[in-house]
Design a protein around this ligand. Structure first.
Ligand code: UTP
Length: 288
């Protein structure tokens, strides 16, 4: 399967990050100086994706503006001979073809994916949740696409989590095929530790086939009227094979305050120009 399109879901309320998300979309919050949505769009582009479809809520146009040309800013940078900054700004709008669809009410991940049905059409595609970032080389999406392509089947990313954390995630039942590779046989949404079929949690990267749209259209809303993606994935696993790929690189959950702060520190320390001044100050803070 050749996958060309990525659907990035960004129509949620971001309540866990209030008050900043009252006006600023959660996906626009930066990791050091780069909005989370850009990091995820870069991951898609570096993985070979040609078109990105953002699912946004009606007010969140800043997400699209970020990927649009900015003629005045670009002219000003050119006049001031800020070549590096100009390249930086221009590279954002050249990442991929950008498209957007609206989700009028945040009725869950499944409902959000369904809004992209016409934009995706009848071809395999990926879904990415921009509040999870993964510091992987090659990019996590590329690794996941390799698994999907090898098997010519949908595949989802899995993270081994602590038993005490299984109740926060969708957890899979799976047969291990080889290192990091699984065939998924079942799924439970937010199980109690004693009922978890494994400690492998579903993370925000999915390679899907277009038949998921039929399943979503016929899905019954669950808790809070939301259409859950997990329920429908189980249907996909039953109809045809669904593979799992275990993530072996650091993950940062930007939708959670502690994860957000940790990502700032980790990504800043990856930059030599910041790391040199930050290290002694962080040591000082830790020892005080
Ligand atoms: P989350 O459930 O983490 O995001 O969804 P949220 O609902 O915005 O956050 P909290 O829990 O209220 O703080 C993961 C991703 O899916 C998108 C969100 O924008 C986020 O990027 N999403 C979620 C949608 O696009 N539509 C939805 O109905 C729900």
């Amino acid at each position: 399967m050749k996958v060309r399109k990525a659907v990035i879901l960004a129509a949620g309320l971001g309540t866990r990050m209030l008050p900043v998300t009252k006006v600023v979309p959660k996906e626009m919050l930066p990791v050091v100086d780069t909005p989370a949505i850009q990091l995820v769009a870069q991951e898609a582009a570096e993985s070979g994706i040609e078109e990105i479809i953002f699912v946004i809520s009606p007010g969140k146009t800043s997400l699209i503006d970020h990927f649009a040309p900015a003629p005045e800013l670009e002219r000003a940078l050119e006049e001031r001979e800020k070549r590096e900054l100009l390249d930086l700004v221009q590279s954002v709008r050249n990442l991929a073809r950008i498209n957007a669809v609206e989700q009028h009410q945040p009725l869950g991940l499944g409902h959000a994916v369904l809004q992209a049905k016409n934009a995706v059409g009848n071809e395999p595609f990926v879904v990415m949740l921009p509040d999870d970032i993964f510091d992987c080389k090659p990019p996590l999406l590329r690794q996941l696409l390799d698994v999907a392509e090898e098997n010519d089947s949908p595949a989802i990313a899995l993270l081994h989590v602590a038993l005490s954390d299984v109740s926060k995630y969708g957890i899979v039942a799976a047969n291990k095929l080889s290192a990091y590779r699984y065939r998924i046989t079942g799924m439970v949404e937010k199980p109690a530790p004693q009922h978890a079929p494994s400690q492998l949690a579903i993370m925000g990267r999915y390679v899907l086939s277009p038949e998921i749209f039929d399943l979503l259209q016929h899905a019954k809303p669950g808790v809070g009227g939301e259409i859950q993606l997990t329920d429908v994935l189980l249907g996909l696993a039953q109809r045809r094979a669904l593979y799992g790929y275990e993530i072996a690189c650091p993950r940062y959950d930007l939708g959670d305050r502690a994860g957000f702060v940790l990502a700032q520190v980790a990504y800043a320390l990856k930059r030599p120009e910041l790391a040199d001044s930050l290290r002694p100050r962080l040591r000082e803070l830790l020892s005080s």
